[in-house]
Design a protein around this ligand. Structure first.
Ligand SMILES: [Zn+2]
Length: 324
């Protein structure tokens, strides 16, 4: 399904839809099991990097298989959207629309304003013919995500959003209010340090900017990218078992919970599941150096990701039970 109805219900209900990226079978299984068990609507996201890694054809049929798998798990009416994350050209978005995706993002946020509008509108005009919803972006997020990267962030300008949404016809808008891509969202200089634990405390999200945007566009679906919280338990586990992730820091979950209750109706989470996967694999490798069956370390990684996804659905996004 596309995102239209999902988002309308999420805004009314004060929760957000999880948008989880997937690149492999274990990740997809974990996402579907967590969503089926909690009866949460879910957006399966495919990035350009994922297409390069796993092949677009394979990913598309995996997603289709995921719908059947969800039914097998006892989820009678699965609400699953297949979404292109960070489409960077009309051709890429068109190819995903033609290929059966139910939603695409065109990220032209790095272009000058008028060019962003022109490209977004072109994608919207094409996608809407096939009832495919379109996410656009205004403002620039800092951080690195696959091939998307920027050194600095520029908050979305609330005074631009009405003009942008009206002229492009986009269905949802990704904004920049201080979230950031990757597992190193903030430099130590941008943070303060908790005197007790020595851990970094990131700067708060700009809720004043979000409020101003919601005032301009009442009831319009807002999307947050770069919203992993970088759970310190996984970072610690990775470091304990031979990894090296000093000062990795994310967005505190309380802030995402607060955002979920507003017009923010899609929250992207990718890095957290990478961390869970890596933590579980490292643990097996450290504890059982003789193990060489990939199922014996990808299995525990899958279990840990499933636990993470369920936690996000229930405790952060509040989307559990919304797709009975
Ligand atoms: Zn993103």
């Amino acid at each position: 399904m596309n995102t239209r109805e999902m988002f309308a219900k999420a805004i009314k209900g004060g929760y957000a839809i999880p948008a989880f990226n997937f690149n492999n079978m274990e990740q997809l299984q974990a996402i579907i099991k967590a969503s089926a068990e909690t009866k949460s609507p879910v957006i399966l996201q495919v990035s350009k990097g994922a297409r390069n890694y796993a092949n677009q054809t394979l990913l598309r049929y995996m997603a289709q298989g995921a719908v059947e798998y969800a039914k097998e798990l006892g989820w009678e009416h699965p609400q699953i959207c297949l979404h292109l994350d960070h489409g960077d050209s009309f051709e890429l978005c068109k190819s995903c629309v033609d290929f059966g995706f139910s939603s695409v993002m065109i990220d032209a946020s790095h272009l000058p304003y008028e060019e962003n509008i022109a490209l977004t509108k072109k994608v919207v005009d094409y996608a809407h013919q096939y009832d495919v919803t379109v996410e656009a972006e205004l403002g620039v997020l800092a951080g690195v995500e696959d091939e998307v990267s920027s050194a600095v962030s520029h908050y979305t300008k609330p005074e631009e959003v009405v003009d942008f949404a009206t002229r492009t016809g986009c269905d949802s808008l990704a904004i920049s209010i201080g979230t950031s891509h990757g597992a190193y969202k903030f430099t130590p200089e941008q943070c303060t340090r908790d005197p007790k634990t020595g851990k970094l405390v990131p700067p708060p999200l700009a809720f004043d900017v979000l409020d101003a945007i919601m005032e301009q566009l009442p009831g319009f679906p807002i999307v947050l990218h770069g919203s992993s919280s970088v759970p310190q338990e996984y970072v610690d586990m990775i470091n304990q078992y031979g990894g090296k992730l000093p000062d990795a820091v994310g967005i505190p979950e309380e802030q995402l919970r607060k955002a979920s209750k507003s017009a923010v109706c899609k929250i992207n989470i990718d890095s957290d599941s990478r961390l869970a996967f890596t933590a579980a694999v490292r643990k097996v490798f450290a504890e059982k150096p003789g193990e060489f069956d990939p199922r014996k370390y990808c299995g525990p990684a899958r279990d840990l990701m499933e636990e993470l996804y369920k936690h996000k659905i229930i405790n952060v996004l509040g989307s559990d039970g919304k797709a009975e």
